[in-house]
Design a protein around this ligand. Structure first.
Ligand code: BGC
Length: 462
């Protein structure tokens, strides 16, 4: 197995990867901003358009629906036309959606605009980690890909703060419209970035692939890496048949399983509904609840930074398992806290366990899911396979968003959070049994592992 760049190489040889990762991570930032911003905007939209509860729910979930569509369409497109072009087109969609929603004359146009934004999010949510993963040196791949999750979580906090800053002027149009700025930065930035060398080689453009690789590695000595890339794509067919082959089934199960567990353990009930949860735990005023929510957002960013620093050192599996255990414990505490509504310290207990929950997600399941699905699939069908896992992720997100309030009505807060905790135990067992350690493995090495028909966990033993 080759070891590209990494420790032996000059530090500045990775500079290019830093820049490319940072620019493409605007895709992640838009993902976070555009999903977070609606929590504040909806208060004013609801009044301006006199929305019924059903219409309000449609406005909020239209973006998630769009994301399912975008993720479904995006896979084949990234495999056929390349990662870079698709990210550029996505930037245009983000900008169109931002401007469209900002100017929407009726609620109908608002919903159309949000669906367009959602489609862009659906594509960006997997194409950004895909692109970064394919340009990263093996020893730092976890760190670079997780840039995207940092950008995403920062996007959520920026959205909360923007909502807060613009709420006095009831500026929901600005809240949506401002997303055009990072969209422009993504589109213009990507014009100056190269296509993924792995995609180029897998499409027969070997010379171009080699020159890009030399540029991003900062050295002409890329023969080993080129050899590995060439070898892996020669063995592939690159279509649905390949995806369905029994050899790739374990990889599909790992990706789709993590996609579902990332959502059905309830993260977005906190991201989308934190102010409501805080209010019911005793933070009476709206501003106290918003402040506490911003605190949750900041913990989310900080713990993602911790993950980024550790992923390539301790590995993906330990972080995933420790993070999931933390989620289960905090959900158990949170549920129990709501059993005693008159407990004097209830609000602090609720705030503390919510922070622990989000922090545990941010150190494990948050970044590790997106990282793993960018690593475990063969290059020629990587876009398609990632898009399937991403559709599962957004589909489950939609399901949780649509059922959370009903669940609370039926089972109460205690029952609901305990239910997510129980699912979390299932997630832990799934991860323990099936999720492979990909730290230090080249993408081609991981691909060869599946082709040899081995169990996912055997990858750890190499
Ligand atoms: C998830 C999103 C979630 C976000 C929160 C991402 O990894 O896919 O659904 O809103 O993390 O930080």
């Amino acid at each position: 197995m080759f070891q590209t760049s990494g420790t032996g190489q000059k530090a500045n040889s990775n500079r290019f990867v830093y820049i490319a990762a940072a620019i493409s991570a605007f895709g992640g930032m838009l993902f976070g901003y555009d999903t977070g911003v609606v929590s504040g905007a909806i208060l004013f939209i609801q009044q301006d358009f006199a929305l019924s509860p059903t219409l309000e729910e449609i406005v909020v979930s239209s973006v998630v629906l769009g994301a399912v569509l975008g993720a479904a369409a995006g896979g084949t497109l990234t495999d056929r036309f390349g990662r870079r072009i698709v990210l550029m087109v996505t930037a245009v969609l983000f900008a169109l959606g931002a401007i469209g929603t900002a100017l929407a004359p009726t609620v109908f146009w608002l919903i159309i605009g949000r669906v367009i934004v959602g489609m862009a999010i659906g594509v960006a949510s997997f194409t950004t980690p895909l692109y970064i993963s394919e340009i990263s040196p093996v020893t730092l791949r976890g760190r670079f890909v997780s840039f995207n999750q940092i950008a995403l979580t920062s996007g959520i906090v920026i959205a909360y703060l923007t909502d807060y800053a613009l709420s006095d002027m009831r500026g929901w149009r600005w809240m949506f419209g401002l997303a055009a700025v990072p969209a422009a930065l993504l589109g213009i930035g990507m014009m100056f970035m190269p296509e993924s060398p792995r995609w180029l080689v897998s499409h027969g453009r070997e010379e171009k692939g080699r020159s890009v690789l030399q540029r991003i590695r900062g050295t002409t000595a890329v023969d080993d890496e080129m050899q590995d890339i060439r070898q892996s794509f020669v063995q592939q067919i690159g279509n649905w048949a390949e995806l369905k082959s029994p050899l790739l089934r374990p990889a599909m199960i790992v990706g789709i399983g993590l996609a579902l567990f990332q959502q059905v353990t309830g993260i977005n009930t906190v991201i989308y509904y934190a102010p409501t949860v805080f209010q019911s735990a005793g933070f009476a005023s709206a501003s106290a609840a918003i402040l506490a929510t911003t605190g949750v957002g900041v913990v989310n960013v900080l713990m993602t930074v911790v993950a980024l620093l550790l992923l390539d050192r301790v590995g993906r599996r330990p972080l995933l398992l420790i993070g999931m255990a933390g989620m289960v414990i905090s959900l158990a505490v949170l549920g129990t806290a709501f059993m005693f509504p008159h407990l004097p310290g209830l609000r602090w207990l609720a705030a503390g366990s919510l922070m622990l929950y989000v922090g545990s997600f941010a150190v494990g399941l948050g970044p590790v899911f997106w990282l793993l699905i960018s690593e475990i699939y063969p290059v020629k069908i990587r876009g398609l396979a990632m898009s399937i896992a991403t559709v599962a992720n957004w589909g489950a997100n939609l399901l949780v968003a649509l059922t959370f309030l009903t669940l609370i009505q039926i089972m109460g807060r205690t029952g609901t959070f305990w239910l997510y905790g129980l699912v979390g135990i299932g997630a832990w067992i799934f991860a323990y049994a099936l999720v492979p350690e990909t730290k230090g493995r080249s993408l081609e090495d991981i691909e060869a592992h599946w082709r040899a028909g081995k169990h996912p966990r055997e990858l750890d033993k190499k």
